[in-house]
Design a protein around this ligand. Structure first.
Ligand SMILES: CC(C)(COP(=O)(O)OP(=O)(O)OC[C@H]1O[C@@H](n2cnc3c(N)ncnc32)[C@H](O)[C@@H]1OP(=O)(O)O)[C@@H](O)C(=O)NCCC(=O)NCCS
Length: 114
């Protein structure tokens, strides 16, 4: 475990120690979770660059990076009407795990195990 401690003049040693302990306990908690999951909150490719395989490449890079950091799954959600994104996520082995409504939008919750 490595810490980066920023030198802030107003923090006394005791406070830095408590911050480090809090960080340590958050890390311990995260490591005990049965499957650590990454959430992809949004992905976007500039309109003029779409349909050239960039979205596919970005998601593959996310899958590789998440695997190498030891995550167990990736989760995301996408509007049901967004057929292009849905096709991309499905091609990359994301499965629909739930359907839910967010305001006036219906969305698929999707996940991929790593
Ligand atoms: C969704 C998005 C990220 C995909 O990026 P992209 O670079 O255009 O995607 P790619 O070129 O890698 O295409 C990947 C797949 O999308 C699907 N696809 C591409 N163009 C499509 C179209 N016009 N209609 C339906 N599916 C299409 C295909 O399955 C394609 O795979 P293929 O090339 O093997 O056939 C991009 O379209 C985007 O930014 N859209 C607007 C923002 C958005 O909706 N983001 C997702 C929100 S969760």
């Amino acid at each position: 475990m490595q810490y980066t401690v920023l030198p802030i003049a107003s923090l006394d040693d005791g406070l830095l120690e408590r911050v480090a302990l809090l960080h340590q306990s958050i890390m311990n908690f995260l490591q005990k979770l049965p499957s650590r999951s990454v959430e992809l909150t949004y992905t976007g490719v500039a309109p003029e660059a779409q349909s050239n395989g960039i979205g596919h490449a970005l998601l593959n890079a996310l899958v590789d990076a998440s695997c190498s950091f030891g995550y167990g799954s990736i989760e995301l959600s996408v509007e049901i009407a967004n057929l292009k994104a849905l096709a991309l996520f499905t091609k990359l082995d994301f499965a629909i795990i739930r359907i839910f409504r967010e305001g006036c939008y219906e969305r698929h919750g999707m996940a991929r195990r790593l």
